[in-house]
Design a binder for this molecule. Structure first.
Ligand code: ADP
Ligand code: MG
Length: 324
């Protein structure tokens, strides 16, 4: 037992103890201590990634380190919050220092990019699973909630939709990608870029926001449900990369694009008066922002084809307990 404790402390000291510039106290004590700014709300979110469910078990450790933090940063982005602190709960089948070194590199490279400090965590033995909790601040009352969409609002998305899900479909053998496209699609899957700056810039502009983790239609559906509205999305307006444009005509491709997830782009609603400001934001941040539909009276999300008729899509986004 004593030896196991030693190796646990050694593991934490070796891989996960770094100066926490923005914390009163970081890794090493019973708790971290964080100083929260007056007038700000504390924003907190947790995401767990389980081998075989959220990632292919053979995935590169550095990618996994990046993604475990990126999906949490994306939640901060979707609230318009500024991320500051993270904790990491690691469950590992065995201690593999090469794997841990690569994982820590992926994690800390992204953490440094966003000035996030790792301030604590937990390390246990078991089937590989990673839980990151992220904490940040948002001016009191200014967070972007899912519940604020209004009938007549525009629906917008950032970036391109579907590349990550095409990567998943490719890895599952459901569709073929051109050889030259494989690496790029998989990079969107393995190393998504959280839209943190965009989220903050949308405060006061977006009426509701969500990050696309489970699929465009499912995540927009969450906004609709919580806002008590419906939505229409025009498939022709959904922004596609050159890769996705090659697959949108096939059933498998189209389903991956609109119902697959893992893009971590933002989907948000805004009053039509905000169109110019949102266009300016696109230039300012260098992130494509595209209007894809309208908030309507009623319930649920309808996907419309070029002829204005509803398009049926099989997949409905990832739900861990669907059918259970
Ligand atoms: P306790 O027994 O009080 O839970 P631990 O032995 O689990 O303490 O952890 C010791 C210190 O190391 C704590 O400050 C904890 O937050 C930190 N820690 C443990 N695991 C990790 C990890 N994977 N990443 C970052 N910090 C960690
Ligand atoms: Mg502990």
């Amino acid at each position: 037992m004593a030896q196991q404790r030693n190796s646990e402390f050694d593991l934490i000291a070796r891989h996960f103890t770094r100066p926490a510039a923005n914390a009163v106290l970081g890794v090493g004590d019973d708790c971290a201590l964080l100083n929260v700014t007056n007038g700000m709300d504390l924003a907190v979110s947790t995401d767990t990634m389980v081998a075989g469910t959220h990632f292919f078990p053979d995935v590169d450790a550095e990618h996994l380190g990046h993604k475990s933090l990126a999906v949490n940063l994306s939640d901060m982005a979707a609230m318009g919050a500024m991320p500051y602190w993270a904790t990491l709960a690691l469950t590992l089948p065995s201690v593999d220092h090469a794997w841990l070194g690569a994982f820590a590199k992926g994690f800390f490279d992204l953490a440094e990019e966003f000035n996030v400090s790792l301030v604590g965590g937990d390390t246990t033995r078991g089937p590989l699973s990673l839980t990151v909790t992220i904490m940040g601040e948002v001016p009191a009352g200014a967070a972007l909630r899912r519940s604020g969409a209004k009938v007549g609002n525009d629906i917008w998305v950032s970036g391109h939709i579907g590349d990550a899900a095409l990567g998943v479909a490719y890895r599952k053998g459901l569709l073929k990608l051109d050889e030259a496209d494989v690496e790029e699609a998989l990079m969107h899957l393995y190393e998504p870029i959280p839209r943190v700056k965009l989220g903050q810039a949308l405060r006061g502009l977006a009426t509701a926001a969500i990050d696309i983790s489970d699929g465009l239609l499912a995540d927009l559906g969450h906004i609709c449900r919580l806002s008590g509205v419906g939505a229409t999305v025009e498939i022709e307006k959904v922004p596609l990369s050159d890769i996705a444009a090659k697959h949108v005509a096939s059933d498998v491709g189209r389903t991956a694009i609109v119902a697959g997830g893992d893009d971590y782009e933002l989907c948000f609603t805004a009053h039509p008066n905000s169109r110019e400001s949102i266009d300016d934001l696109q230039d300012l941040l260098g992130i494509p922002l595209r209007k894809i539909g309208q908030v309507k009276r009623g319930k649920g999300v309808s996907l419309l084809g070029p002829d204005g008729k509803a398009v049926k899509v099989d997949g409905r986004g990832y739900d861990h307990f669907s059918g259970a």
